[in-house]
Design a protein. Structure first.
Length: 243
């Protein structure tokens, strides 16, 4: 009887952790939907069919990588370049995975694969905030799953809505500008950190100088240069503090 009661209490605790993850993501729903809507419309305006755009949204689940790959798809760039660009743009998820590994290492490998697929920027911020404020929070994987699934559902709803509405929205509404502004809204708050600011400035400068390169290689070169500059600035910063 005591074992049954303990199991029930544990299960309820996991359920509550899951619900808390969902609750923590819901306030960010308008921003997620807006960003997903822009991405969905951009895919349709780039010439993808509804089926292709929906498949890309479900398989890639990465708005920044999707937007970075679209110009290459339109220009007929080779598959290796499209894939490499998407990987480089999304390298931050490697860092995310490294930071969460210690907290999710007890899960089976196939579960960790799904958790890795579900990671996203906003839910990761909520997850790390919880770890900072409550480092001993029980059932952390249940919290992660609740936040991640909620984020995924909200994103797909917005993205698919944008895909279906894309053919009905006039091109002169300036959706390309909306996509750029959405990216700026994500980047600007991070520029208060010196390494990020250095990376953004270098990436912008290199992308501008290399704009005329074929196959949109200037964008890829800018991303690589910006990331390298940010990493260099991060490594130099602690060393300068020691002197």
């Amino acid at each position: 009887m005591l074992r049954l009661l303990w199991a029930t209490m544990t299960e309820l605790s996991r359920e509550e952790a899951y619900r808390r993850g969902v609750r923590d993501i819901l306030p960010a729903a308008p921003g997620i939907i807006a960003w997903a809507l822009v991405t969905g419309v951009a895919m349709i305006k780039s010439g993808l069919t509804i089926q292709q755009a929906t498949g890309l949204s479900l398989a890639a689940y990465a708005g920044s990588a999707q937007l970075a790959a679209l110009p290459l798809i339109i220009s007929g760039a080779p598959l290796w370049l499209i894939t490499l660009t998407a990987i480089v743009v999304n390298l931050r998820f490697v860092v995310y995975s490294a930071m969460t590994r210690r907290h999710l290492s007890q899960e089976p490998w196939f579960t960790r694969l799904w958790l890795a697929y579900l990671v996203a920027d906003i839910m990761f911020v909520r997850f790390t905030t919880l770890l900072t404020q409550e480092p001993n929070y029980p059932h952390i994987s249940a919290y992660y799953l609740g936040a991640a699934i909620c984020n995924w559902v909200i994103w797909q709803v917005g993205s698919i809505a944008g895909i279906w509405a894309g053919s009905l929205i006039p091109s002169n509404w300036g959706l390309e500008l909306a996509g750029s502004l959405a990216l700026v809204a994500l980047v600007v708050p991070l520029c208060r950190y010196q390494p990020t600011l250095v990376g953004v400035l270098i990436a912008s400068l290199v992308s501008f100088i290399a704009y005329s390169l074929p196959l949109k290689l200037g964008l890829l070169l800018g991303v690589i240069s910006g990331m390298s500059a940010a990493l260099l600035a991060e490594s130099v910063k602690p060393a300068s503090r020691q002197h």
